[in-house]
Ligand binder design. Structure first.
Ligand code: ADP
Ligand code: MG
Length: 243
């Protein structure tokens, strides 16, 4: 099977800040990879580089067989295939829930309105918000907004989903619903890369956990290996703080 994501010797500098240091990573179809690590270790930059929200300084990124690190790569086509969910939902507050979800499919895929609407209903069902079709974004809780953001990302029918701390900005009682939706996506076979501090989710859902520190993958393994038998002292120290 072709790898979904193949990152080779990736480096990213911001000026003289060497943020991603020679990272290589392969993600297989249907795999759920969870990235953990301290603040400032380059996790967000790494995710953002995967869909060229940031340009790599060197190294290659191949998504579905397409090398997006080439200057002439068709980035928009690749991005359509990668859904991204951010910590701060980034919804359009002046649009309704349905309008948020239908916008990209209508603009980019030229989906007819009735088709987009029925697809939106299907997606809202997946995230447990069927009754919010016409709701305004402001009327929703943070957890509901994040689930709309997930539905919006799914609307482009991506085959890879990137999540950057999707529950970090939520009140504790909202976190479970969002994680539940993510778990369902994983069970349905979505290829996912998830940056999170939710160690329970990582243990339960991840096929593989990566420990990022100082722009490098210091350790990777199954959840059992990472959480029960951490090898690197930096990982042991990190887990002592967060568990
Ligand atoms: P994490 O997500 O693990 O907290 P980040 O990827 O956000 O880490 O940040 C890693 C480093 O990169 C930090 O030192 C941060 O200041 C720097 N950085 C991130 N984005 C930018 C940017 N757009 N311009 C300059 N420096 C940045
Ligand atoms: Mg981050």
């Amino acid at each position: 099977m072709t790898d979904k994501v193949q990152v080779t010797h990736l480096n990213k500098d911001f000026g003289d800040n060497h943020v991603i240091r020679d990272v290589s990573l392969t993600v297989k179809p249907n795999e759920v990879v969870v990235i953990i690590g301290p603040s400032g270790s380059g996790k967000s930059t790494f995710l953002r580089t995967l869909n060229r929200l940031e340009d790599p300084t060197s190294g290659s990124i191949v998504i579905d067989g397409i090398d997006i690190s080439q200057p002439n790569a068709n980035i928009n086509q690749v991005r359509e295939n990668i859904g991204m969910v951010f910590q701060h939902f980034n919804l359009f507050n002046n649009l309704s829930v349905a309008q948020n979800i239908m916008l990209a499919p209508q603009e980019i895929k030229h989906l007819a309105t009735d088709e987009a609407a029925s697809e939106t209903k299907r997606l809202l069902k997946i995230v447990g918000l069927e009754e919010k079709f016409n709701a305004t974004v402001q009327s929703l809780s943070g957890g509901q907004q994040q689930r709309v953001a997930i539905a919006r990302a799914l609307a482009m029918n991506p085959d890879i989903m990137l999540f950057d701390e999707p529950t970090s900005a939520l009140d504790p009682e909202m976190v479970g619903d969002v994680l539940q939706v993510m778990k369902k996506l994983a069970q349905q076979g979505m290829t996912m890369i998830v940056v999170t501090h939710e160690m329970g989710f990582a243990k339960e859902v991840a096929d593989r956990v990566l420990f990022f520190d100082d722009g490098q993958i210091l350790e990777e393994g199954t959840p059992t290996a990472i959480f029960d038998h951490p090898q690197n002292p930096r990982l042991q120290e990190f887990l002592n703080k967060v568990l």
